[in-house]
Design a protein around this ligand. Structure first.
Ligand SMILES: [Cu+2]
Length: 165
């Protein structure tokens, strides 16, 4: 193993130990995510929401023109939001919620490990013609992002903004 690869793997291991871990596994999200209070980890942009406490459902479309529609949403602090994310395109898209910094870092990791599969409460990978869901409680006020981190998509502008007030 050369040094460069070793360093990259160290970076991945470090990243995997944070709350934004890239859990390997169920790529298709075929079964709905099981909400388990004991597994909810607070982050800088909120935490996994209780599906029974959804106050607002926001429908978001993803398309092959590398755009989210809408690409700008506003939610109330403390509110649990359900994003229903539909893929209108012909390629895989995903919605990943995070801080601007976390999204940028995650995007860099995806470039280094394009085959990396990850499944976490703050993301939904959606196959063409299908829909996925993210239930999220925004516990902190501020500006956050959602992005598609499939190779090249974020760079092409597949990013949106969540304002929490
Ligand atoms: Cu995409």
């Amino acid at each position: 193993m050369n040094t460069k690869i070793a360093l990259s793997l160290t970076a991945l291991a470090l990243a995997a130990s944070t709350s934004l871990a890239f859990a390997h596994g169920d790529e298709e999200h075929a079964a709905p995510r099981k909400y388990d209070t004991s597994k909810v980890e607070p982050t800088e942009f909120g935490q996994e929401g209780n599906p029974k406490k959804v106050a607002q459902t926001i429908k978001v479309d993803m398309a092959d023109n590398m755009r989210f529609t809408p690409s700008d949403v506003t939610v109330k602090r403390g509110e649990t939001v359900k994003f229903v994310v539909h893929n209108d395109g012909k390629v895989l898209h995903e919605m990943v919620l995070g801080t601007k910094k976390a999204i940028a870092e995650h995007s860099e990791l995806m470039k280094k490990f394009p085959e990396m599969e990850h499944a976490d409460a703050n993301m939904a990978h959606v196959k063409p013609g299908r829909a996925g869901e993210i239930v999220w409680q925004f516990t902190k006020a501020g500006e956050f992002q959602f992005a598609c981190l499939q190779p090249g998509h974020f760079e092409a502008g597949m990013v949106g903004k969540v304002t929490v007030r």
